[in-house]
Design a protein around this ligand. Structure first.
Ligand code: C2E
Ligand code: CA
Ligand code: CA
Length: 573
């Protein structure tokens, strides 16, 4: 007899009859009194748990607790037993040997004719063997269900075969490891369905460039591996890596939306960097981190010094979390000069982090890392607080009209509670958004249109001015940006750098300024370093200029001095 009928069982206990049935079933059985003290267990119980009946008599069932579930779990379980008379579910318990194991447990409250609980009965089935088989089955499933390419297990198997057959020949292979930069963001802002679709389309593009024996695998999440087989030299591998980055930086059209991603690739070589799949993956992974640190949409080959670099990433992570807890960041402010009025109209707040162990870390290094890990949200909140503090200091010095521009990361902007949280901080510091500007990148406003426009309008209504940062590096056109309520356009440094030397760039900047003005936006040129650039920009009608030509970013007190100096010396007030 395998299955035990509970009613029959109830009857057996109430009759006080312990028949062979009790000991004949495969399920473990434990009966307690109404006070949850064990009064009886069966042979299967002894077998599964390792405890004899003698050892557990008068004990509570918690003797089997594995420590895996928290208190709420047990509270919920018992509440169900009281309310509904029964609870069933998977639970992890501990055998006498200390091993933990999963079981399917049903607890029933046994009541007498008056409806009063007299006993509890637990019946369970050991699931550990079944679990093993599931794992085994999972292993055997060779393809990734979503994309149809190899999964992690089959990739490792195929690599083993490949590497074994390569040993006696002088074949060289390259392992390219990469994940999709900002995939998390796509998933969060556009939804998992779009995320899934994107993974499928990425796979399809990649398949188009593979040779016969090459292996493509989705290693997990948004991580992919391509093994390029029988490569002849490093240049050939570099070309493949380049092809992949180009291929993935072209927009994807998913459900009528344009989605932009990029990728950073780490490359390891067989046999130079390792003889086993695991070593090659580990080294390619380290190289990928290195590629990311050097700016996205790049690739990097593994080299031995990388060991040190991956340690740096770990340290960076640790230190950054520590800095967040201590709010250990500082803001520097770079003046923006209104060239028509010849006055300082505002400043851009730029975060600075001076770490005890790492020294000065550039925001160009830690901001992308913080975006990848989500740490950007607390950092961004600290920056907003500090910007409010700075405004108050300026106010005390009679400079409240200096607008402070805050950089807002796309990840933070797309958080559901972004508006609420910024509102809260401004109220807390008793600051009016009228004296602030938010700098958003093209990428930020390009995704998830309706929600974005809604948020921008709300921010505008609160009093913030809005600007588009790094204009010209993204893909959107001015005509696309018209629909957003923007005040300023900041032309990216890369354009400004070469306006005096590349005629095309001069024409582009000229056109941007003209069009922006027609759309009632003001134009800020950033990264201006030379007098000739200032002149040319002024001729073109550019409204504001920011850059080392006027000033580097300054700590708040130095900024106050600079403003004084400007008024006295430049404007002659
Ligand atoms: P960004 O928003 O484009 O900021 C301008 C960057 O250009 C700053 O670098 C600034 O110091 C630098 N810069 C200004 N004038 C010149 C110039 O004349 N020549 C040159 N070569 N560079 C100039 P920084 O401070 O290293 O910041 C780098 C990036 O880090 C920023 O680019 C921004 O994307 C990000 N970032 C900085 N602070 C924050 C922040 O508080 N929050 C967020 N979300 N991102 C920030
Ligand atoms: Ca900026
Ligand atoms: Ca910028």
């Amino acid at each position: 007899m395998n299955q035990l009928d509970l009613n029959e069982f109830k009857h057996l206990i109430s009759e006080g009859v312990h028949s062979t049935v009790f000991n004949g079933v495969e399920e473990g059985i434990m009966i307690t009194d109404c006070d949850s003290r064990i009064i009886r267990v069966n042979t299967a119980f002894e077998f599964v748990t390792g405890y004899s009946e003698k050892e557990v008599l008068h004990q509570r069932p918690s003797i089997l607790n594995s420590g895996i579930h928290n208190r709420t779990f047990y509270e919920k379980m018992w509440k169900t037993v009281f309310d509904k008379g029964q609870w069933s579910g998977e639970i992890w318990n501990r055998r006498k040997t200390g091993d933990i194991y999963p079981e399917w447990l049903t607890i029933t409250a046994i009541k007498n004719e008056q409806g009063v609980i007299t006993n509890y009965c637990g019946i369970f089935e050991d699931l550990s063997e079944q679990k093993m088989t599931e794992k085994e089955l999972e292993r055997r499933k060779l393809t990734d269900i979503l994309t149809g390419v190899s999964n992690r297990y089959s990739f490792l198997e195929r690599m083993e075969v490949l590497l074994q057959s390569s040993m006696n020949h002088k074949y060289h292979h390259a392992l390219l490891f990469f994940d999709l930069d900002r995939f998390k963001q796509v998933n969060e802002t556009l939804g998992h369905e779009v995320g899934d679709r994107l993974l499928i389309e990425v796979t399809e593009r990649l398949q188009g460039i593979l040779k016969n024996k090459d292996i493509l695998a989705r290693y997990g999440g948004d991580e992919f591996i391509v093994t390029a087989t029988n490569v002849h030299n490093v240049q050939e591998v570099a070309r493949i890596a380049e092809k992949i980055t180009t291929l993935l930086s072209e927009p994807f059209c998913i459900e009528g939306q344009q989605v932009y991603i990029s990728t950073s690739i780490g490359v390891s070589l067989y046999p130079e960097d390792g003889q086993t799949a695991n070593t090659l993956i580990k080294k390619a992974d380290q190289a990928m981190y290195y590629a990311k640190q050097n700016g996205r949409n790049q690739f990097a080959f593994y080299f031995d010094d990388l060991q040190v670099d991956s340690k740096r990433v770990l340290l960076l992570d640790n230190e950054l979390r520590h800095a967040i807890r201590q709010k250990d960041f500082e803001l520097y402010f770079q003046p923006k000069v209104d060239v028509k009025k010849n006055e300082i109209s505002g400043v851009e707040a730029l975060v600075r982090w001076n770490d005890d162990k790492l020294g000065f870390v550039s925001p160009a290094e830690f901001i992308p890392y913080a975006e990848e890990t989500g740490l950007i949200i607390p950092i961004s909140e600290i920056v907003i607080e500090k910007a409010c503090e700075a405004h108050q200091l300026l106010k005390q010095r009679g400079e409240e009209n200096i607008n402070i521009a805050i950089n807002i990361s796309s990840i933070h902007f797309h958080q559901q509670n972004f508006i609420e949280s910024i509102k809260h901080t401004f109220e807390l510091y008793n600051c009016s958004p009228n004296f602030f500007e938010l700098e958003l990148t093209e990428r930020t406003v390009m995704t998830n249109e309706r929600d974005t426009i809604q948020k921008l309008i709300e921010l505008k209504m609160m009093g913030f001015k809005l600007s588009i940062d790094d204009f010209g590096t993204g893909y959107s056109s001015l005509s696309y940006l018209v629909q957003f309520p923007l005040n300023y356009l900041k032309i990216d440094r890369s354009f400004i750098q070469s306006i005096t030397s590349i005629a095309d760039n001069e024409a582009v900047v000229d056109a941007i300024i003209q069009m922006a003005h027609r759309l009632h936006m003001k134009v800020i040129a950033e990264g201006v370093e030379q007098k000739e650039q200032v002149k040319l920009l002024q001729q073109m009608g550019c409204d504001m200029i920011q850059g080392y030509y006027y000033s580097k970013p300054l700590p708040i007190l130095a900024l106050v001095d600079f403003i004084e100096f400007w008024k006295l010396e430049i404007k002659g007030e």
